[in-house]
Design a protein around this ligand. Structure first.
Ligand code: NAD
Length: 240
């Protein structure tokens, strides 16, 4: 288990990284929260893979769990879906002392985090990132947002989670396409090369590494990236 503390005074929180962490989240959330109810906000790809395990872990620690699932993809990060999420939170009877957990990539993290920041003027939330981009970037720093018809991430907030729980094992089910998007994003100097060259280089690298991906993505690697982001974030947040 690796723990990185994001030092933000009263809003200080820990990022915990460990293989198999998903099944321990209930017990860890219980230490942080006296909530009666917990809502998991996820998408239609990730919920069938991991929603039930997370629900079981939370229920075992005494939370009454609701799962809220929206269609996967950036097109869901909008006001309409946010409104549906608010409705489901209200129907489930969440109060200000309850808890939201976002389970998924950057989209459930951003949309679910914004719902947490604004529902009942803000309730506690925990990030459980499942994409590579979310594990090393978007879940850390407290930037939460939705897209508007006039642009991306135009409505949002800076709202710190109570914790970020990163389980690298969850990356095993990640589509190759998403790994490529992240690789491109992670080093613009290398990837300023033409797209066809980049694609063949990446395919070579990924083919040779794919079978060892959990080794490559072991906690040390993720925590190093997390530390980098953390150093940029200790004076609250920066825009992306
Ligand atoms: N808040 C921030 O600081 C910040 C920073 C960077 C990006 N972002 C936001 O993050 C979003 C992009 O994040 P993303 O690429 O993770 O998008 P995403 O959440 O849409 O995930 C990409 C795809 O991977 C699937 N997926 C995620 N985890 C999976 C898993 N373990 N197994 C199988 N499938 C899985 C999702 O269902 C989706 O289809 C954008 O909206 C961007 O604005 C936010």
């Amino acid at each position: 288990m690796r723990t990185i503390t994001v030092a933000l005074g009263e809003k200080t929180y820990n990022i915990e990284i460990a293989a198999g962490l998903l099944d321990q989240i209930g017990a860890k959330a219980r230490v942080l929260s006296q909530a009666v109810k917990a809502a998991i906000i996820s998408d239609s790809n990730v919920d069938p893979l991991y929603g039930e395990r997370l629900e079981r872990s939370l229920a075992a620690s005494g939370f009454e769990v609701t799962r809220i699932v929206f269609a996967a993809g950036e097109q869901s990060k909008n006001l309409t879906v946010l409104g549906q999420v608010y409705d489901e939170l209200a129907r489930a009877g969440l109060t200000r002392s309850d808890l939201i957990l976002t389970l998924g990539g950057g989209v459930p993290g951003d949309l679910g985090g914004f719902a947490a920041a604004t529902f009942l003027r803000g309730i506690d939330f925990i990030q459980v990132p499942t994409s590579l981009l979310a594990q090393i970037d978007s879940s850390v720093g407290g930037k939460v947002a939705i897209d508007l018809p006039s642009g991306k991430n135009l409505a949002g907030s800076f709202y710190q989670p109570k914790a970020v729980f990163i389980d690298p094992d969850l990356l095993k089910t990640l589509p190759l396409r998403c790994m490529m998007v992240w690789l491109k994003r992670s080093n613009t100097a290398v990837f300023a090369m033409p797209a066809c060259l980049l694609r063949s280089l990446l395919l070579k690298v990924i083919r040779s590494c794919w079978s060892r991906r959990t080794l490559l993505l072991r906690p040390a690697v993720i925590s190093r990236r997390g530390s980098l982001k953390k150093t940029n974030l200790t004076q609250e947040n920066v825009c992306c």
